[in-house]
Design a binder for this molecule. Structure first.
Ligand code: SF4
Length: 174
């Protein structure tokens, strides 16, 4: 390690300690400060517990096969119920892009799908969770949008110039 690196390391070490002492932050404020730009809202203990149930899909395809509302859904926005537990629900920062998908999912009989699912995925709870977190992401949006706009070179912060983040499509059954 060079002398210059050693001096910088010491400087930032003491600076961090001093800032912590001068500006104490509680955990939630620190979380918001660190993760708002990544569109990550905090998760409660109950939600953390529920996440285990949301993520146990075994990709058997039963929910897609038993979804009876195929004739009434927009296939461009909806490739099947399985996408929600298997893929879309894994990326919380993208929950705010799921509005069209969830609207199509609502057309099906989710109670029936939950009953047939061998992994007991609670589709209704999962959809409600995604909507709740999407609303929280929306609240984080002002700060996150400004930071993202700066990062993408969109100086006016209107979102133009940034690539839309949409869920990846999947080959639909049938
Ligand atoms: S029925 Fe359940 S386990 Fe099978 S693909 Fe659908 S969500 Fe996954």
């Amino acid at each position: 390690m060079t002398p210059r690196a050693l001096v910088l390391l010491g400087y930032y070490f003491w600076r961090t300690l001093l800032l912590r002492w001068l500006r104490p932050r509680n955990g939630l404020a620190a979380f918001h400060e660190s993760y708002a730009a990544d569109k990550l809202p905090p998760v409660t203990a109950a939600e953390r517990h529920a996440l285990k149930a949301f993520s146990s899909c075994i990709a058997c395809g039963m929910c897609d096969a038993s979804f009876a509302a195929w004739p009434s859904v927009d296939r461009a926005a909806f490739h099947g119920p399985m996408d929600l537990p298997l893929s879309y629900s894994r990326g919380m920062p993208d929950y705010d892009t799921l509005g069209r998908y969830l609207a199509q999912l609502d057309r099906g009989d989710l109670v029936r799908i939950e009953r047939l699912c061998p992994a007991r995925i609670p589709f209704r709870d999962l959809a409600a969770f995604a909507r709740k977190k999407a609303a929280e992401i929306e609240e984080l949006g002002v700060a996150a949008g400004a930071i993202a706009a700066r990062a993408s070179g969109d100086g006016d912060g209107d979102g133009e110039g940034a690539a839309p983040r949409l869920p990846a499509p999947r080959t639909s059954p049938g």
